[in-house]
Design a binder for this molecule. Structure first.
Ligand code: HEC
Length: 226
């Protein structure tokens, strides 16, 4: 290709790019209200609209407060998950727990997740009497509203999945602390024969934060992508 033709092609491309840029700018500047911006169009001067009286937005009807909050109508935490716990639900709970909770609580729930090893405050282990005795509604409430330094997971985890996580936290607790006499008789015999004692993870050491993690593990945070 001659240099003249190359130059012409470059100019055409540059003009085309300018044209495209302009289109994008139009989309960018289209008239819109920012959240809570003042409006001269509506009589009350507010761009944010209030739902008409006695209406409920689609999917926002939350009549069953027990299911949505873990509390009864007279404000008491519920003892048991208000759904039937099935193997499928536990699998879902496991996947959700491993994705959202294990970074801090680790996959067994002892509170030594990767973020904790990099300096986030260490959560308490689930394998202690206080947390074994809390009601199912309590764990649901912690996930929904957060707890002290733990943030809320309500926007990331839908309600049904939160209950599945509660079921899975209970399964984790049993996995480390199953009273022998609550096993079916044949399982009891098997466990006794095998001399099986559950691993004791009640005592969890303070996590030692590594001040100089290997370079490969710091890269992800230094380029701005978390
Ligand atoms: C970013 C880290 C982090 C994540 C992710 C996280 N937690 Fe926590 N969690 C904590 C910390 C820290 C505490 C202790 C809070 C405190 O005492 O300040 C805690 C406490 C708890 C407690 C105990 C509350 C009590 O009474 O002591 C439960 C139960 C719990 N988390 C469940 C979960 C579940 C279930 C998930 C996943 C949906 C989850 N957490 C995700 C950090 C996290």
């Amino acid at each position: 290709m001659s240099t003249k033709r190359t130059r012409a092609a470059v100019i055409v491309l540059a003009l085309a790019a300018l044209g495209l840029g302009a289109c994008r700018q139009d989309m960018h500047d289209q008239p819109k209200y920012e959240p809570l911006e003042r409006s001269t169009f509506f009589p009350n001067g507010s761009s944010a609209r209030v739902p008409p009286a006695n209406t409920v937005a689609r999917d926002q009807l939350r009549e069953d407060s027990v299911y949505y909050t873990g509390y009864t109508d007279d404000n008491k935490l519920i003892d048991k998950i208000p759904l039937k716990v099935t193997p499928k639900m536990l699998k879902r709970g496991q996947a959700t727990f491993n994705a959202f909770c294990s970074p801090c609580h680790d996959e067994v729930g002892t509170g030594r997740g990767m973020i904790v090893r990099r300096g986030f405050p260490q959560p308490p282990t689930y394998h202690q009497d206080r947390l074994r005795k809390v009601k199912d509604g309590y764990i649901f409430d912690v996930i929904t509203n957060g707890f002290a330094r733990m943030p809320s997971y309500a926007s990331q985890i839908p309600v049904a999945d939160r209950w599945a996580v509660v079921a899975y936290v209970r399964a984790l607790q049993l996995s480390q602390h199953m009273p022998l006499d609550e096993l079916p008789p044949e399982e009891q015999q098997k466990a006794e024969k095998a001399g099986l004692l559950p691993a004791d993870v009640t005592q969890v050491d303070e996590v030692r934060v590594d001040p100089n993690p290997p370079a490969s593990q710091t890269e992800a945070t230094t380029d701005g992508t978390h």
